[in-house]
Design a protein around this ligand. Structure first.
Ligand code: DGY
Length: 322
């Protein structure tokens, strides 16, 4: 029987490529080109499966152009690049890569919180620019982290990881808001108290966003929500661009409506709203929350295992549209 054909849509860990080559005829994108939808459709001709990274849009138009496609394995926990209904309609299995990145991403959420609250990048730029001439009592005085109130919006696995770090490692008072409340056992494990979104925004010293991007979650944080936050508060987004109204956030940062923000994701990334680039009190990173060598390899391997399972006639390990 001839081997199944798969496409790897972007450059990924070579160990994962080698693993896939044991199972399939593999087409790679060694140049790591970001293909347009038309280029992706052209590359997908005759392919049974594709490994995507989370940036490639899988919608009805693409699926209509690629009737042979059976499975799309996202190397990301988020799958807002999938039109899940269109995939179900076309009989194309979608999979994502949860769990393997939970702790790594929670680590980064905390790193961004710390860097933002304690003004790490802002002070480093000042030093590198040769502006440091003397010690001053209020030089880059930031916000307290230990013992402060941590508000988490979106209490899935990554949110819970951040809650545990805050409560157990930093003695923070953790409040959370989520579509559904956690079980009493999980709340106890995370030392987290469920509150309304309004209460969280009003009372948290640090607000961390870890919710999935959906149409309902578009601009969960906009001008009205920023106005509810304390002027000393920080906002951290490691979820998805589009959950925050970046223009409203830049305005709030400029106006001192909140103290600072840490952003790993952006509306329309890799473009960043120009106003955000001009405010000093924001830490900006290029969507790297899951980026450790081991975790990116594990994410690729889980996506690869999903391709092997589905194209081998088995159930997917981590399906998104069944
Ligand atoms: C994810 O897995 O969804 C992360 O954002 C990495 O892309």
């Amino acid at each position: 029987m001839s081997r199944r054909k798969i496409l790897i849509a972007r450059a990924i860990d070579p160990q994962v490529v080698a693993f896939l080559q044991q199972h399939f005829d593999v087409t790679t994108n060694a140049a790591d080109t970001v293909w347009s939808p038309a280029q992706l459709a052209a590359q997908l001709q005759g392919q049974d499966g594709v490994l995507t990274t989370g940036s490639e849009r899988i919608d009805a138009a693409l699926l209509a152009a690629c009737p042979q496609l059976k499975v799309v394995a996202n190397m990301a926990v988020g799958f807002n690049n999938f039109d899940v209904a269109a995939m179900a309609q076309a009989g194309v299995q979608g999979t994502n890569a949860p769990d393997v990145l939970t702790e790594t991403t929670a680590d980064f959420g905390f790193a961004l919180l710390m860097a933002t609250a304690r003004r790490v990048t802002e002070s480093e730029h000042y030093l590198r620019a040769g502006q440091w001439t003397k010690w001053s009592y209020d030089m880059f005085a930031g916000a307290e982290v230990h013992g402060s109130t941590l508000g988490i919006i979106g209490m899935g696995r990554i949110g819970q990881g951040i809650a545990k770090r805050g409560a157990h490692g930093f003695g923070m008072n953790v409040v959370y808001h989520n579509r559904s409340r956690l079980s009493p056992a999980l709340e106890a494990e995370c030392k987290a108290r469920y509150v309304s979104k309004d209460e969280l925004l009003r009372t948290a010293d640090h607000v961390v966003l870890v919710l999935p991007y959906t149409a309902e979650n578009h601009h969960t944080i906009g001008a009205a929500e920023l106005a509810q936050m304390q002027p000393t508060a920080t906002l951290i987004n490691i979820a998805r661009g589009g959950i925050v109204d970046d223009a409203a956030l830049a305005q709030a940062l400029k106006a001192g409506q909140i103290a600072a923000a840490g952003l790993d994701v952006f509306e329309g990334e890799p473009s960043v709203h120009p106003a955000l680039l001009t405010v000093p009190n924001v830490v900006l990173t290029p969507h790297i929350a899951s980026a450790t060598v081991a975790t990116r390899r594990a994410m690729g391997r889980l996506a690869a295992d999903n391709l092997v399972a589905v194209l081998g006639g088995q159930a997917p390990l981590t399906p998104v549209n069944t």
